[in-house]
Design a binder for this molecule. Structure first.
Ligand SMILES: [Zn+2]
Length: 175
């Protein structure tokens, strides 16, 4: 049987179907990545997902905490802030956890800060320390798997719509 060729979603090259991996199926159509691209593709995909989660949370802050109209959210500035932080070596997942920590544990007043960049830079290390300590207090153990999750309960502000959130310790580790 003749081997058919498919296009790799990552590098765009044509590759034998038998040597490609299905990474996604949309409307019954398979999308392929060649075996050598799989790791890079997965990493890129995770980055995209991390970015979406980060911006979803920022949108949540603006709409539900700052009570700003959705189309008033300053996305241009937010995107620039995220980009600046990435150049400084901050990870997207770490940024998200830092914002969650600052909002839900520290209960910061968003209005006291000037943008995402300042909050993340002010709280990144504090958030990381807090999460490491919480882990110790929860007696999770000396070792933890990369995907181990810790639930942090937020004690104050019972009317806060987010009562708890889940933290993946790996997200705060330096690259
Ligand atoms: Zn490829």
């Amino acid at each position: 049987m003749a081997d058919t060729y498919v296009k790799c979603k990552y590098c765009g090259e044509k590759v034998r179907k038998s040597q490609a991996v299905i990474v996604k199926t949309t409307n019954n159509r398979n999308q392929y990545v060649c075996a050598t691209c799989l790791d890079d593709y997965n990493k890129q995909n995770q980055d995209v997902q991390a970015y979406t989660k980060l911006t979803d949370y920022i949108q949540y802050i603006y709409m539900n905490i700052v009570h700003m109209d959705k189309n008033m959210i300053p996305w241009k500035r937010i995107a620039a802030d995220i980009q600046t932080l990435e150049k400084k070596g901050y990870k997207r997942t770490g940024m998200l956890l830092t914002l969650k920590y600052a909002i839900e544990i520290e209960k910061i007043r968003w209005q006291d800060f000037y943008g995402v960049e300042k909050i993340i830079m002010s709280y990144y290390d504090i958030a990381k320390d807090y999460l490491l300590r919480t882990r110790a207090l929860n007696k999770v153990g000396d070792t933890f798997e990369p995907d181990e999750e810790i639930v942090v309960h937020s004690k104050q502000h019972k009317n806060n719509t987010i009562q708890r959130f889940t933290i993946n310790m790996e997200d705060l580790q330096e690259e």
